[in-house]
Design a protein around this ligand. Structure first.
Ligand code: EPU
Length: 429
């Protein structure tokens, strides 16, 4: 079923006329973890550059349920008071809608010795198991019981015991979850084959700044020395720029810019995208914190992409980039290696006129350039939703993008940012 709100977008029919600035918001996948980490603090956590998005609101509700007092001081600025964490039951209702709720379990288990939670929900992008989370807690000494609607994990009376955990697949939220649990465990925990994503590093650096001892951030072996509750007094976590939002804006600009400047970003977190775009012939002017695209673009060269853990090409940019591939000369092969069924959105891109051959749940071939036509589409997830918005902007005629709820989960008032550079986009009830 379609959700209530939709975007109505009038396409540019391939014209390159967008101009102005797109400001990168704070990273959803960084701030959500720092919010969860508040449970590790004996006093307070202060945050800045927090994006005003649905997932942040849901995470704050979950924290309030657990006893955190949330104060919003000015837009994007929060103070969380964490002196009285009094519940270890994570709301079933909310976490079924928020995959990232799983990162509350590690800190909660460390702090209160118990965490009860359902299988988390989130975007519909195929099977998203939590077996690493369950196995990891057991190796930290906890016991697991399954009740009707939830899992209950309980630490030994004297707390979690540091251990060595090897991830058979690199996992962002699992690395973060155990890193946080281990901050309050006894002794040393070593995480092997850990995730290297900038969001993991940013979380670890903030925890270290507040009294944790975590070594090896940004490498595949992270060592955590367990200790006391952390203190956030006098510290502020400034959310790092959202590399996926910036990357999506850059792809949009590659297709449509007369002169677009993507600001407040970290191009050094986007090496894989920048490499791919340059190899397609896109001209980018890159500084430490911005990317500019201007002038007439020559035709784009087709390119093969394979998603990979950081610093490889991010799965979250696969769908937005695919829209650019529909406009490239020749055939481009997409190999999605991280998630199953993250190619379903291609059905609608094909209905819009792209030449798409889906080979299996992980692989597809796009042949371009194709003229896209406006259509009515429904976002299956956040990142595919963005791809539809980009496709609608370059298409001819009008498109309607349903399920804007998914887009709101990760983008703050996207339509306003896009209107400011000249996109004809309206949010309609
Ligand atoms: N996996 C397991 N078992 C587990 C956990 C993961 O098999 O217990 C598998 C997954 O099925 C997947 C692979 O491991 O095949 C990697 O998944 P990962 O755990 O890294 O994904 P995640 O932590 O659930 C985060 C982001 C995603 C992003 C991925 C990959 C958050 C809240 N989410 O998810 O972001 O796609 O890492 O980079 O940080 C999004 O923002 O739209 C989004 C989906």
């Amino acid at each position: 079923m379609f959700e209530e709100e939709k975007f109505v977008i009038k396409g540019l029919e391939g014209k390159r006329c967008l101009s102005g600035e797109l400001k990168t918001p704070g990273a959803k996948n960084a701030v959500l973890k720092v919010l969860a980490a508040a449970l590790l603090f004996k006093d307070e956590v202060n945050l800045a550059n927090v994006p005003d998005i649905e997932d942040v609101s849901r995470m704050l509700e979950l924290l309030e349920d657990l006893g955190v007092v949330v104060e919003k001081n000015s837009p994007g600025t929060y103070r969380l008071i964490t002196t009285d964490i009094n519940s270890s039951d994570i709301s079933v209702e909310i976490s079924k809608r928020l995959r990232a709720s799983i990162v509350l379990t590690g800190p909660l288990l460390g702090r209160l010795g118990r965490a009860a939670f359902p299988h988390p929900g989130g975007c519909v992008i195929g099977k998203r198991p939590i077996d690493f989370t369950l196995e990891g807690f057991i190796s930290l000494g906890a016991s697991l019981t399954e009740e009707t609607e939830c899992y209950v994990i309980t630490a030994p009376v004297d707390g979690l015991q540091g251990t060595e955990i090897f991830f058979k697949t690199q996992s962002v939220t699992s690395t973060e979850n155990f890193m946080m649990a281990a901050v309050l465990a006894r002794g040393k925990t070593i995480l092997k084959n850990s995730a290297l994503e900038p969001e993991v590093v940013s979380l670890g650096e903030f925890l270290n700044d507040c009294g944790a001892r975590i070594e090896g951030l940004g490498t595949s072996t992270i060592t955590i020395y367990g200790g006391e509750l952390l203190s956030g007094q006098g510290k502020v976590y400034v959310t790092i720029p959202d590399r996926i939002a910036a990357g999506s804006f850059i792809v949009l600009a590659a297709l449509t810019a007369e002169d677009v400047l993507v600001t407040d970003c970290r191009p050094d977190h986007l090496d894989a995208l920048i490499y791919i775009l340059r190899s397609m012939g896109v001209q980018l002017e890159v500084t430490d914190s911005s990317v500019r695209i201007r002038g007439r673009q020559p035709t784009f060269k087709a390119v093969d992409i394979k998603t990979h853990e950081y610093p490889g090409f991010p799965t979250d940019l696969q769908a937005p980039l695919a829209v650019l591939l529909t406009q490239s000369e020749g055939s481009s092969f997409i190999f999605e290696t991280i998630f199953e069924n993250r190619l379903q959105y291609l059905d609608s891109i094909s209905r819009m006129g792209a030449e798409v051959k889906v080979i299996d749940a992980h692989r597809a071939l796009l042949t371009g350039p194709s003229k896209l036509e406006g259509k009515e589409v429904a976002s299956p997830d956040l990142r595919a939703g963005l791809a539809y918005v980009i496709a609608a902007i370059i298409a001819s005629g009008e498109s309607v993008v349903h399920n804007v709820y998914y887009i709101d989960r990760g983008y703050e008032r996207l339509e306003e940012s896009l209107q400011a550079i000249g996109v004809d986009i309206k949010r309609v009830q």
